[in-house]
Design a protein around this ligand. Structure first.
Ligand SMILES: C[S@@+](CC[C@H](N)C(=O)[O-])C[C@H]1O[C@@H](n2cnc3c(N)ncnc32)[C@H](O)[C@@H]1O
Length: 320
């Protein structure tokens, strides 16, 4: 997945004139903090350099995860056309850019973010673009009351993992209260990230939410450890991205886990492909999560006609 051209240009503008070695050092420190899921009372992004490193090496990936999650919602709910969005832990506005790309009717955005450096950087990216009207609020989502009318779309992308475990459920409660229609939570596609999504999903279902994606059911997740449900998006790396990561490849795979729930009942009759399809000559094996709450492999061959063709064209994350 590529960033949309206005975002790509805004990121390139922000990074222009920066020394790749400086970005690489800041990016390495940032990656270490994310990998360790360090919670030491500091924000991971505190300085302008941290924010630029994030733009260079993380934003393309978190954009891709958010955009893919939103595409799955759009496929399940063609009638959903959010006008207002509330993004908790908005960082540089990544999820807003992805939402605006998915739903062009989006008109008004409220971003809650703890890091002034991120806010400044995000406001700079949004300057002179056709993004919806954006209001930034500096607040601690774990502690501060967030007073605002419920919004059509509420997002929490790659932020749950930065909060102390005891802060997560009270936050979910506030997120759900702030949701007029659809709430999306995205986490890294690690077993720990998936665990947080499973816990949030369970809590939201108990609170009356309807699952939109990726699960085609509201039953317990059928995958048992060491297996875990996650998805992957291939992300194009810009030259600066490669230099900042000291990487050679022109792409990387971003693994992510997510759940989208709605206040509206959703009827989902299609299975979800939950691993990369394994394709051979005239055959394809899909790992599916099914509407009856089960998960497992399904082998299709040319004899299956149209079903085989659909399966052949499907990808990891597709709804069949
Ligand atoms: C990994 S970044 C994700 C940013 C953005 N959502 C994205 O997907 O690119 C996590 C964000 O959550 C913010 N954050 C962490 N703890 C927070 C808190 N207690 N209150 C508000 N924002 C917080 C961080 O400053 C950071 O912007």
């Amino acid at each position: 997945m590529e960033l949309p051209p206005p975002l790509r240009q805004a990121v390139d503008r922000a990074l222009s004139g920066r020394k790749p070695a400086d970005l690489a050092a800041a990016a390495a420190a940032l990656s270490r903090r994310y990998r360790e899921e360090r919670r030491d009372g500091r924000l991971h992004v505190e300085s302008a350099e941290d924010a630029l490193a994030y733009l260079a090496v993380r934003l393309p990936a978190t954009y891709a995860a958010a955009r893919a999650s939103f595409a799955a919602i759009k496929q399940a709910r063609a009638d959903f056309a959010p006008r207002t969005v509330l993004d908790f832990g908005g960082g540089p506005g990544t999820a807003l850019w992805a939402a605006a790309d998915c739903w062009p009717d989006l008109a008004d955005a409220l971003l809650i973010e703890a890091s002034p450096a991120f806010r400044k950087c995000g406001a700079e990216l949004a300057r002179e673009t056709s993004l919806p009207r954006v209001t930034w609020r500096i607040a601690d989502v774990a502690a501060d009351a967030i007073a605002c009318a419920p919004r059509d779309l509420v997002t929490l992308a790659y932020t749950l993992n930065e909060l102390a475990a005891e802060a997560r459920q009270p936050l979910l409660q506030r997120l759900w209260q702030a949701t007029a229609d659809t709430l999306v939570i995205i986490e890294p596609g690690t077993p720990a990230g998936r665990q947080r999504i499973v816990a949030a999903r369970g809590w939201l279902i108990d609170a009356g939410a309807h699952v939109v994606a990726p699960c085609p059911h509201a039953q317990a997740c059928p995958l048992q450890a060491p297996d875990w449900c996650h998805f992957a998006e291939r992300v194009a790396r810009s030259r600066m991205h490669r230099l900042a990561k000291e990487a050679d490849l022109a792409w990387e795979d971003e693994k992510f886990s997510y759940v989208a729930v709605s206040r509206q009942p959703v009827s989902i009759a299609t299975a979800r492909v939950i691993a990369r399809p394994r394709k051979g000559s005239g055959r394809v094996t899909l790992k599916l999560c099914r509407p009856d709450g089960s998960a497992g492999d399904q082998l299709l061959s040319r004899r299956d006609g149209a079903a085989f063709k659909r399966a052949w064209r499907s990808d990891w994350g597709s709804a069949l």
